[in-house]
Design a protein around this ligand. Sequence first.
Ligand SMILES: *[C@@H]1O[C@H](CO)[C@@H](O)[C@H](O)[C@H]1NC(C)=O
Ligand SMILES: *[C@@H]1O[C@H](CO)[C@@H](O)[C@H](O)[C@H]1NC(C)=O
Ligand SMILES: *[C@@H]1O[C@H](CO)[C@@H](O)[C@H](O)[C@H]1NC(C)=O
Ligand SMILES: *[C@@H]1O[C@H](CO)[C@@H](O)[C@H](O)[C@H]1NC(C)=O
Length: 623
Amino acid sequence: MKNIIHFYFLLNIIALFLIELVYAKNGNEKINFAYKKYKKTKNKELSKKDKFYMIFVNNTSPYQKRENEVMTLNSLIDDIQDLIIDNKDTYKDPSVLEELEENGQLRKRNSGESNLVYLISSVESKSVLYAYLSPYVVNSVRELPNIIACEPNHGLQFFSYYNTRDIQLEANWKNFTIRDESDLHLSLISQGKFSDDLVNKYDTNFYYPESAGKDIDIFIIDSGFNFDYREFSNVDERIVKCGYNITNGKVYNMASTTNCHVPTIQDDHGTEVADVAAGNIHGVANKANVYGFLLNEQDMLHEADILAGLQYIKKNLFRPYKAVINLSLGGFYSLSEKYETLDYLQELITEMSNAGAVFVVAAGNEAVEAYSERYNEACYPCSFKDVICVGAIDTVGINNIEYPTWDMINTNIMKTANYVKADFSNYGQVVDIYGPGYAKVEYKTFKNKLMGGIDGGTSFSTPIIAGVAATIMSEHPKMKFTTESMLTYLTKLAEKDMIGDLTQKDHNLFINNGKHIVYSSNNIYDGCGVRSGNKMCEDACCSIDGHCTREMKSCRTDQGCQIKYGLFMTIMSPEFGRCGFGYGICPYGTCCSYDGYCGKSENYCGIGCQVDYGFCKKEYIFE
Ligand SMILES: *[C@@H]1O[C@H](CO)[C@@H](O)[C@H](O)[C@H]1NC(C)=O
Ligand SMILES: *[C@@H]1O[C@H](CO)[C@@H](O)[C@H](O)[C@H]1NC(C)=O
Ligand SMILES: *[C@@H]1O[C@H](CO)[C@@H](O)[C@H](O)[C@H]1NC(C)=O
Ligand SMILES: *[C@@H]1O[C@H](CO)[C@@H](O)[C@H](O)[C@H]1NC(C)=O
């Protein structure tokens, strides 16, 4: 039993699989991450540069250059070729033309034999020529007789395995972005529970709202930051700064606002967690502002400095409903004692939270109950009111592996068995929600050495939740979130009752950012419903576990039959006003709320509405 307060960083690292990254001469571009953007409107202004054009020619009227001189398509080709060669200095990069020629020499040929402009297709009434044109030459070509149009390539896409309209409908994001081949800790939070008997190939995309935390401030009180790296390079759209030094209850400005360390400590913990919360490639909210507060202490954290840091934020930086505060401290206290320090800290947190700050804290890595009457101890601030306390699941499946190898850790493949509490994570009633227990990070140390790899602990599940909170706030700038209302929102969005190794007392909630559809990246599915790419059943019911069946029990609407994906057998709830598993569906025209009550207002039909047990607002809007 511990009956004194211990303050310490919750950074007793669980598994450190960090290696120094050595990049080739051309620097950072070795690891290539692709981004795709999806917008509701597409008409992008076509930039005025040299490019390939399709030249559409009218075949039905003869090509007449001069009166009485009838010419063929070949003479048109010759004329365009001459225009190109005669105006080659209007090209930004004429070498593209030379590459089109066999020996690099631009050469005027006759009778339609040019390598610079050639026929690619024709139908009876029209022909299509293809040529690389400068803006000047395009205009000249357009003036030639019989030219119907000159158009550049618009760009096609392979049809994707995901359905952008379904995603838009479900998540209700204004615009959204897809980060291809993203880290496991990211792809996991933008899809529901993955199960390899429903989905053939795990989808590694991270889908998130384009607002991505824009205009939201994430405050990190931690032990060392280096923001001088591409993970934080988009300073044209956000503020990223450290430069606040907390010493003996006072906050001082530092000389640098990008590389902030206590020379004798030189720890990178702050940089790593900031990367997971808000880094460009490894972070959740890559447009959020990041403020790093440096704790100037060695072994023990001083409560006074935490109070001073929060006070400073409250007085100087705090913007109501725009602040996500992550407390980088933790410890245990004895339940039978009273500590004025803790009471005061609680009061300060509650006051700031009510004024519009969202507090996110880690549950800790001691593998114990975070609040235990039996052992007369509790972890704080996890057990406080007005904080969102975050536990971790074992996303990489190393609970049971004694000597995990780099390869085991590093494979971006989720197994159903891995949705279990991480063996290090604290748990219990005060833990509000769980996130991925391991994250991939990439950062520069205080000495500008490049490091990367997988790191674990509730220190990493926490900034993931902080990042999701920031994206929700940036998507809904008019909603006035406090810690409490954010927790309710996250609870509604969360994937429920799927984490193994938790007890009845635990909140069985896994973080989700609003997109639950689970896609298979090779488009092969073995099931139906939301966890199987929204696939329908033909002449059968889609059971709660995502299989098409005609078994009576699975078709009942009180047994979780997925009513939108096949047949179903209506069972009305025997208890008036209740709905959900074990109850059944709501009366026609009403919605089933996330916690199982029927009604018609936003509370029932909005976020968290259970689609399998009644109407949801979207059906009203899009019908
Ligand atoms: C969504 O994207 C379109 C096209 O870029 C843009 O015009 C629009 O302002 C965006 N909407 C929001 C809410 O960002
Ligand atoms: C092609 O030329 C014919 C004859 O001059 C004309 O009737 C027709 O509208 C033209 N077609 C196009 C697509 O411009
Ligand atoms: C922080 O401020 C204190 C007090 O001014 C100073 O002694 C200390 O060197 C500063 N630390 C850093 C890392 O700037
Ligand atoms: C958030 O706070 C926890 C401790 O409560 C810490 O371990 C983690 O590093 C912090 N994360 C960020 C982003 O500050």
